[in-house]
Design a protein around this ligand. Structure first.
Ligand code: SMG
Ligand code: MG
Length: 373
């Protein structure tokens, strides 16, 4: 029994920079370095780690690393400190008056949750309701300079055991690469595409040409706020539409499903304000019979551990973008996640089940800042 509750002592914000093993090109840009914000949340019960998935530039969404740091420093950490007893289940409510900045909110909630679960000796998977010991892994393959290079990359990932391939697409790089991969790897390969909002409804006939390739899904073809457009598009293409950027909350998921805008949902905790809201989206989708899968934001081992725990929930019936650490990094900041027969194990230790390796963390740290509560 807690009598005085848990006190927030402070949060260490740590900016890290990690080179990618290979440039990652999407319809909105090319990334060669992972810039991220890690949070070490210190409470009277212990400490926990959070990872903020905002990128250096506001291209995937409106959030970006410097803005996340600013809003945490100015508003979120002070609000949490002022709120008294710090509990993961109350972080979202405490921060609700502040609009947006879901990735920063998610990171703070993740850190508080990790600290709390460590104190209770419970793993994140158990806390969220994971029912699997290991999860099936897919890999997201960037836009390449040529079809030959693409085929080569996909070949390597298939050889590494990935059970599903996702191709990034954009106008000018869609039907041809999909056809080439389908022809080369055959009908049994689980294949899907992600447009990161690069098309408009006027492209419906072009997108319908993807119907020939038996794709698992077409992810976020239209802009984030064009939910009705996706509902219209769904009537013009046979490939199931999956939403990523548009689904910013459980309410948004319920709305999109009701409107017929998607048949599948990509769940990313950062995009929706935290792992607890991510679980609610899982529940909403399960109630509607809508399959979900776990998205990725090029996480370090910390966020990857949490994603794998989330992907252990029963409704995650499609392989996620939960690739091994070496998909992006030569060395991770935690013990690396290594694919075993196309799967990753759900961590069983308390909290995230992983912690940063001090030397590795020091090597990638660009700056740190202590925010006293
Ligand atoms: O972590 O494997 C990963 C990346 C998966 O393609 C991926 N993510 O829209 O789903 C998506 C993209 C966004 C990446 S922006 C950093
Ligand atoms: Mg996506």
């Amino acid at each position: 029994m807690r009598t005085n509750g848990t006190k927030l002592e402070g949060v260490e914000l740590r900016r890290i920079e990690m080179p990618l093993v290979f440039p990652f090109r999407t319809s909105f840009g090319t990334q060669t370095t992972k810039s991220a914000l890690l949070l070490r949340v210190v409470t009277s019960e212990g400490e926990g780690w959070g990872e903020c998935v905002s990128s250096a530039h506001p291209l995937y969404s409106s959030e970006y690393v410097d803005a996340s740091a600013d809003v945490l420093r100015r508003f979120f950490v002070p609000a949490l400190a002022a709120g008294g007893d710090v509990r993961a289940s109350a972080v979202a409510t405490t921060l609700a008056p502040f609009h947006g900045h879901r990735m920063a909110k998610a990171a703070l909630e993740m850190g508080v949750l990790d600290a709390e679960l460590h104190a209770r000796g419970v793993s994140l998977g158990d806390e969220l309701g994971a029912v699997r010991e290991r999860v099936a892994c897919g890999v997201s393959v960037g836009i390449m300079d040529s079809i030959d290079v693409l085929i080569d990359q996909v070949e390597q990932y298939v050889a590494q055991g990935y059970v599903r391939i996702k191709l990034k697409i954009e106008p000018g790089w869609d039907v041809a690469p999909v056809r080439a991969v389908r022809e080369r790897f055959g009908d049994d390969l689980l294949l899907q595409v992600d447009a990161n909002a690069a098309y408009t409804l006027a492209d419906a006939r072009l997108l319908a040409r993807l119907d020939d390739f038996d794709l698992l899904l077409l992810e976020q073809p239209l802009p984030e706020d064009d939910v009705l457009g996706h509902a219209d598009l769904a009537k013009l293409v046979r490939t199931p539409i999956c939403l990523d950027e548009s689904i910013v909350s459980a309410r948004a998921a319920a709305d999109a499903i009701r409107l017929g805008a998607c048949r599948i949902v990509n769940i990313k905790a950062g995009r929706v304000g935290g792992y607890l809201e991510a679980r609610r989206i899982h529940d909403v989708c399960a109630a509607h019979g809508v399959p979900v899968w776990c998205g990725g934001m090029i996480e370090t081992g910390l966020g990857r551990a949490a994603n794998v725990a989330l992907a252990g929930l029963p409704g995650f019936s499609l392989p996620g973008d939960t690739s091994g650490s070496d998909r992006f990094f030569a060395t991770d900041i935690t013990e690396p996640f290594v694919l075993d027969d196309g799967h990753l194990p759900v961590p069983t230790g308390p909290g995230l089940g992983v912690t940063p390796i001090a030397d590795r963390l020091a090597e990638v740290t660009a700056s740190t800042e202590w925010l006293a509560a």
